[in-house]
Design a protein around this ligand. Sequence first.
Ligand code: MLT
Length: 268
Amino acid sequence: MHTQVNGISIAYSDEGTGLPIVFLHAFPLNRTMWATQEKALSSQFRIITIDLRGHGESDAPLWRYTLDQSADDVSTLLDHLGIQRALFVGLSMGGYILFAFYRKYAARVKGLVLADTRAQADTAEGRDGRFLMAQTAYKKGPSAIADLMIPKLLSPQTIETRPDLVQQVRAMIENNQISGIAGDLMAMAERPDSVPLLSQITCPTQIIVGELDQATPPSDAKLMADQIPNASLAVVPRAAHLANLEQSEVFNQIVAAFASDLSKRKQS
Ligand code: MLT
């Protein structure tokens, strides 16, 4: 489904009924990375997956991107869907957007799942890397970005033994327009440090991290779990950065248990 949001067309899926769970994808992927979560969880919950601006079937305008703007897109889409409050799941860049969303729309957040993400801003070296990656996207196209990203997203064992999953991730990355890739890189490079926000997050929060995640390692997850007052941490064995794809059953169980618990709090 598509709708006009803040001047562009945003694509999303809306499956099931019950507590709304809104899933925000990683860079440079799209909402199909949540297909197994949608399938497993939509019998119990209302699952909303969104192609963030610049990705999948959403528009990728050639202009400045910010994570605040993506947060605004999500909020406007929820207005369109008649959803006031939800549980939000963000993986990596999706998590960065959730920090922006929480700053602006905390009242809409019933709970947070922060997966394979981090609260710190980029280092100077990290920002230089974003600039170089944007130049690579511009000169060589999305398949060169897939070559760079796949070893950061998936574990060596997954790359060696699960060609279908590797191909699925590659296809998502290659489906991007350059404007979306470069726009995200600029937005992520400019994001603020969210560490000072952590102690102000009052909603129930589930942190998830793949034990092999090198992009946003378990130490980053522990920092969030230590500083968010009402948080717990789950480390997923044999998963790297895309824990939801590499160990989907474990990931789904963690989200389902957390969402069920939140639903009960609503009734009590
Ligand atoms: C992601 O998976 O969204 C990216 O690895 C995040 C980042 O590059 O910081």
